[in-house]
Design a protein around this ligand. Structure first.
Ligand SMILES: Nc1ncnc2c1ncn2[C@@H]1O[C@H](COP(=O)(O)OP(=O)(O)OP(=O)(O)O)[C@@H](O)[C@H]1O
Length: 223
């Protein structure tokens, strides 16, 4: 679904990622770990063509990211839902409008029943008309997840989605990701939270990628 072949990346200085070869197979669930500044957010950005590799290749849905035009990138982004580290909303618009923004941008009309079901599923049914500044951290992350999946993407990339959440809220978010995985979505979650990873591994066959010395490698079973 998304494949990295001998990928290298730098922002203009020294190499940040080097010789990365791996594949996110359809329906797989991966965590991405590594020290702060190792390049986790960068790796996610390469996976959704926000950044282009400086060496090697990234294929997204079998297309070489370097060859993609802006329109190609826009089309492929419809199949990839991204939950950003610092989820931003339009604060003057209600949660429901924020969640449906990707549909608006794509000029697609959503079904109001689907929106209600989605907001209920993430536990925000009663907050559809609230404004983003009124949401708690956990509610914001769940709104961000709802927005990321409103287009029914095949792939979900989440950057530290539980970074500022307490354990109960983290578990709630994890449950949603596990359910999405069971629906067949391909999922990659960057996180520092080893407890979250252990919890996920008790529920499904999640694999752990670790960035170390500029390489991204599969971690062993010992966490
Ligand atoms: N646009 C940019 N231009 C130049 N350097 C950047 C840019 N974005 C990130 N970096 C640098 O690249 C390195 C990796 O950053 P990145 O955000 O990918 O790390 P991370 O592993 O996600 O970190 P954290 O866990 O702290 O979020 C850092 O040293 C960062 O300062």
């Amino acid at each position: 679904m998304i494949a990295f072949e001998n990928l290298g990346f730098n922002y203009g200085g020294g190499e940040l990622l080097s010789d990365v070869t791996l594949r996110l197979a359809p329906g797989s669930f991966h965590f991405l770990t590594g020290p702060s500044g190792a390049g986790k957010s960068t790796f996610l950005k390469l996976a959704y063509a926000e950044l282009r590799p400086t060496a090697g290749r990234v294929s997204i849905f079998d297309r070489d990211a370097r060859m993609m035009t802006r329109d190609d990138v826009a089309l492929c982004r419809r199949r990839i839902g991204v939950v950003h580290q610092d989820c931003q909303f339009l604060d003057h618009l209600p949660v429901a409008t924020n969640v449906t923004l990707p549909l608006t941008v794509a000029n697609r009309k959503g079904n109001p029943q689907d929106l209600t079901a989605l907001l209920d599923w993430v536990g925000l049914g009663k907050l559809a008309d609230a404004l983003p500044p009124q949401l708690s951290g956990g509610e914001r992350q769940r709104a961000a997840l709802a927005r990321a999946i409103i287009m029914s993407p095949d792939v979900i990339l989440a950057d530290e989605p539980t970074g500022n959440l307490d354990w109960d809220m983290s578990l709630r978010l994890l449950t949603l990701l596990v359910e999405l995985s069971r629906m067949g979505k391909t999922i990659l979650v960057a996180t520092h939270d080893m407890n979250l990873i252990r919890q996920a591994k008790s529920q499904l066959a999640a694999r752990v990628l670790r960035i170390q010395n500029r390489r991204v490698q599969l971690a062993g079973a010992d966490l």
